[in-house]
Ligand binder design. Structure first.
Ligand SMILES: *Cc1c(COP(=O)(O)O)cnc(C)c1O
Length: 466
């Protein structure tokens, strides 16, 4: 399997290189040159498979040039046995033909574990083979940092440095990062805001000379192809559990960077019958404005009760735009260059072809809280604010009541207690048993000034073989 850039100019790469590369050299994102396609008969034959085996069937075509089958199987077994539910991604019924798929049974209680638990193992495997080492550097305002740290804790060939804004992340989120023990794990609290952290990461990638040429930086952000790949699997799992592939499904996906829902789009292209995908956003609704009016325009960032979806642009949307433009990299490049200067639209027939599959909705904080309360009153089931947005959008956009509607449950409610309080409910979401002692665990992090040289000096001094 070869991978090509959405902007058409960077060289095609194999899986190993795509895994270690962030952006393509032309500024685009890597996508498979062609997708595997499974017949209904083949998909049907996967009914009842354990999650890790289904994951093998769905993903192996993407990695087969780089990883022998048995090694990949072992990696998947290890990855998904770390989830606190036998089915890995259990379904909970909300109403007739309406479901939540709980993707928060992994070690950090959010769906990002599905990809990052695997990504850490993939990286270590490839680096071992190549006798290389990398330093992962990232900035986080919450979820991604903890999932990335958990994913890399056992890596021999990876040191990870995660910057978070000092005293500006929730205690649960900070503790999920800072209580993970490992001599390759480094949490840095920067006396600045999230943008300061992000700028330092960006500048460090731009000039890596502070590492003295002895190692290189790698990114695990949501544009990494391997993360998308790992998210395709659970669409198959949910469908098979509810009578697919002999009936089609609808999914509603709480969306930020468009990674999770893009995986659903790929599942459909690989042969899974999906008749509707709902893009559920919060007030940061660039995708909803595009889907409802064919106008793609950046707006100011808003802080909401669903912080993991607070974005101005959705980086992975470029991958969909590439397909909508008949995989013409030059056209995508031009469109996105124009989009950085002002609002853009695409040709009407291209937009309409997207609208055949995608619907969208934007849900504000008040409606998010109303939905948390409503679902709790109906079912005594607590939603986290991100999932609540998905459920609201699913109900608002539903096309056909005979098609099962599945909302992706992206986080455990105990991760975002503020939204539960705001919703006026008096229940307190409890951390699951394996996390119950989170507030007693020992924390490890270093507070640094908002100063690039100081942060870079810390990295240079503390990576394993420095
Ligand atoms: C990251 C995240 C999202 C958004 O996922 P994308 O792939 O960026 O669209 C939604 N909910 C939660 C809880 C997340 O952590």
């Amino acid at each position: 399997m070869r991978y090509i850039s959405t902007r058409g100019e960077a060289p095609a790469l194999g899986f190993e290189d795509v895994l270690l590369t962030g952006l393509a050299t032309d500024g685009g994102l890597y996508v498979p040159e062609s997708l595997p396609h499974f017949s209904l008969e083949e998909i049907r034959s996967w009914r009842g498979l354990p999650y890790a085996e289904l994951a093998f069937k769905v993903m192996y075509p993407f990695v087969e040039d780089a990883i022998p089958a048995d090694d990949f199987r072992t990696m998947l077994d290890e990855t998904y046995s770390g989830f606190a539910h036998q089915s890995v991604a259990p379904l909970v019924q909300l109403d007739s033909n309406e479901w939540v798929m709980e993707l928060f049974r992994g070690p950090t209680l959010a769906f990002k574990d599905f990809a990052l638990q695997l990504l850490g193992r993939l990286l270590d495997y490839v680096l071992e083979k190549r006798k290389q080492h990398v330093v992962i550097m990232g900035a986080t305002s919450g979820d991604t940092g903890s999932a990335a740290i958990e994913g890399c804790r056992r890596c021999e060939h990876v040191d990870i440095f995660i910057l978070h804004p000092y005293q500006r992340v929730s205690e649960v989120q900070r503790r999920q990062m800072t209580t993970v023990q490992g001599d390759n794990i480094h949490n840095i609290a920067v006396k600045g805001n999230f943008d300061d952290c992000q700028r330092m990461v960006k500048e460090s990638f731009g000039d890596q000379s502070f590492l003295g040429g002895k190692t290189q930086l790698a990114a695990v952000n949501s544009i990494n192809w391997a993360r998308i790949m790992a998210q395709i699997v659970y669409y198959f799992q949910a469908s098979l559990a509810l009578g697919g592939p002999d009936r089609s499904m609808a999914f509603s996906v709480p969306t930020g960077n468009f990674g999770d829902i893009f995986a659903g789009y790929l599942a459909k292209k690989m042969g899974l019958p999906i008749s509707q995908l709902v893009i559920a956003t919060n007030r940061n609704d660039i995708l909803h404005r595009f889907m409802s009016g064919n106008r793609y325009e950046k707006q100011q960032l808003e802080h909401t009760l669903s912080p993991s979806m607070d974005i101005m642009v959705s980086s992975n949307f470029e991958r969909l735009l590439f397909d909508l433009h008949g995989r013409d990299g030059a056209a995508v490049k031009e469109l996105l260059e124009n989009a950085s200067k002002g609002p853009v639209s695409i040709e009407d027939y291209r937009w309409k072809s997207a609208r055949k599959l995608f619907d969208s909705d934007a849900v504000d904080d008040k409606t998010t809280c109303d939905t948390i309360r409503e679902i709790y009153e109906q079912n005594e089931y607590l939603l986290d604010p991100h999932t609540a947005i998905g459920v609201r959008a699913a109900r608002n956009c539903r096309r056909d009541a005979t098609v099962p509607m599945i909302t992706l449950g992206t986080a455990h409610p105990a991760k975002f207690p503020d939204a539960i309080v705001e919703s006026g409910l008096s229940v307190k979401p409890q951390l699951p048993p394996h996390m119950a002692d989170l507030f007693e665990r020992e924390e490890r992090y270093t507070v640094l000034e908002n100063d690039l040289a100081e942060v870079q000096g810390f990295l240079a001094k503390h990576w394993k073989n420095a």
